[in-house]
Design a protein around this ligand. Sequence first.
Ligand SMILES: [Zn+2]
Length: 225
Amino acid sequence: MVIVVDSCAESEVKSTTGKIAGFDFGLKTFLTCSDETLIESPQFLKQSLNAIKKASKNHSEKLKGSNNRERARKNLVRQHEDVSHRRCDWFWKLAHKLTDQFDILCFETLNLKGMQRLWGRKISDLAFGEFLQILEWVAKKKGKQVVYIEQWYPSSKTCFNCGHILEDLHLSVREWRCPSCQSINGRDENAAKNIQAVGASTVGLGDVRRAGARNCCLTPESPPF
Ligand SMILES: [Zn+2]
């Protein structure tokens, strides 16, 4: 992939779309947007990971020091590079799509170690952190803004409709009824809407009562990948 980079000039956030959105990361659905659109994790990643598994098994079965083993090693490296390229390519395209659609993009600060503990190794395959680095880079180039809200903000447990906060919400619960206002909240959609509202308040666009978030606009010096 060839990346052409213009000279780096600081710019104000360009309000070309007038839109702000919140996003919630997930395993099956990669991103849930506050406008209720879903961005599914691409199937090709899963397929390429299966190819890696096969190549890895093939490599370990060959006799150490043999030509066959060397060939299998090269094949394994190639499979790894293939997955990484395809994922990266998908991330760049998605970053461009989202920054064309929105001016301000709000996310929760990722706690990758915590997520890894909860969800297992899948999380590293999805590489949310890698995507955010690319998104920040693209956003900066286009004069758009990426806003992070504190990871302790209970985006999933807070009812977007009335502000009621649940004491507990198990990871397996995909939908819940608010005990205060009776509204039915889809877990990810509700979280994305809360993230948008908190993000909006930190940049002075929304309800300041939801403040308690942090605006952290990174300014990468060079392209992340
Ligand atoms: Zn409610």
